[in-house]
Design a protein around this ligand. Structure first.
Ligand code: PBG
Ligand code: ZN
Length: 326
């Protein structure tokens, strides 16, 4: 009987390295940052190991280390004080919001760092939902679009390179794109959180961003994880609306969606979000000595790239990049 021998590919480190065809580098990563008002703040986030809420001055200091690790793309999230939240999240469009301040400061000190901002109302509404609610408590998709467009415009005025709507409102990419074009910001790109599922793996993030919904859940606007084709349809629709990049989120538990979407749309850059819950599962397992955190990190992140993602948003981005250089 004839059979193929695979062991020669794996016989030692050198041959394994030679035959590997997925390599993950610092430039593949987007590093998330949480920013708060105030000065000299660097608050550890209990639910996200190694991640902090930074005031703008301290963000700039931390960024030096991130840039040194080779990372050139960041994703900014604003953490908003309770007294600035209201029913319609109006602080989100303010030029003095902490995100706008952070964009200006980062672009001034690190002009080459690509600044991407999250566009969603949940950190700015007092009810914690991602859009405007009617008096029955349901999301008003079309009323929300203008709010998201205003928020994106504020970030564009502050100098953001890319805005990234995560509210999962239908038409959000189109609405934001039109607002940017009408106001002379055609150069600002849009990354759609295209296939964003209503996931259990966002828990630690909501704690970090203080953006959990007070009542109910996000299942009426984020995707149902039992849908297979809709993920591709959502990606297709964002591309049609003019998204420059698309995203699948979560990443590690949705590798199939990444693979199918990149197979179908190979020409558009695909980002994948290794979410807070997926990250902390590895951390928690390592704390119980169930696995080696470093090895598990490499494996999980490599799997996301192997599935087809061009960019990975990850809380491990710096940890990985500081240790691994090809
Ligand atoms: C805001 C937003 C969320 C995440 C990114 N943007 C939370 C949510 O939709 O509830 C999750 C990120 C993570 O879990 O790391 N809409
Ligand atoms: Zn939201």
């Amino acid at each position: 009987m004839h059979y193929k021998r695979f062991h020669p590919y794996r016989i030692n480190t050198e041959t394994r390295d030679k035959h590997a065809d997925v390599w993950l580098n610092a430039e593949d990563f987007i590093y998330p940052y949480f920013v708060v008002d105030g000065e000299n703040k660097q608050e550890p986030i209990a639910t996200l190991k190694g991640i902090h809420r930074f005031s703008v001055d301290r963000l700039l200091i931390d960024l030096e280390r991130t840039v040194l690790a080779g990372i050139d793309k960041i994703l900014l999230f604003g953490v908003v004080e309770a007294d600035k939240k209201n029913v319609e999240g109006s602080w989100s469009k303010h030029d003095e919001s902490v995100v706008c301040k952070a964009i200006r400061a980062v672009k001034q000190q690190f002009p080459k760092v690509m600044v991407i901002t999250d566009i969603c109302l949940c950190a700015y509404t007092n009810h914690g939902h991602c859009g405007i609610l009617n008096n029955r408590g349901d999301i008003e998709n079309d009323l929300t679009l203008a709010k998201l467009a205003d928020m994106a415009l504020a970030h564009a005025r502050a100098g953001a390179d890319m805005v990234s709507p995560s509210a999962m409102m239908d038409g959000q990419v189109l609405a934001i794109g039109q607002a940017l074009n009408n106001n002379g910001f055609n150069h600002v790109n849009i990354m759609g959180y295209s296939a964003k599922y209503a996931s259990n793996f966002y828990g630690p993030f909501r704690d970090a961003a203080q953006s959990a919904p007070g009542k109910g859940n996000r299942k009426s606007y984020q995707m149902d994880f039992r849908t297979r084709h809709q993920g591709i349809d959502e990606v297709a629709s964002d591309i049609e609306e003019g998204a420059n990049w698309v995203m699948v989120k979560p990443a590690h538990t949705y590798l199939d969606v990444i693979a199918r979407a990149t197979h179908r749309f190979p020409e558009i850059p695909m980002a994948a979000y290794h979410t807070s819950g997926e990250f902390m599962m590895i951390v928690a397992a390592a704390e119980k000595n169930l696995l080696d955190e470093h090895e598990a990190m490499i494996e999980a992140l490599t799997a996301i790239k192997r599935a087809g993602a061009s960019y990975i948003i990850s809380y491990y981005a710096r940890n990985y990049s500081e240790r691994i250089k090809y």
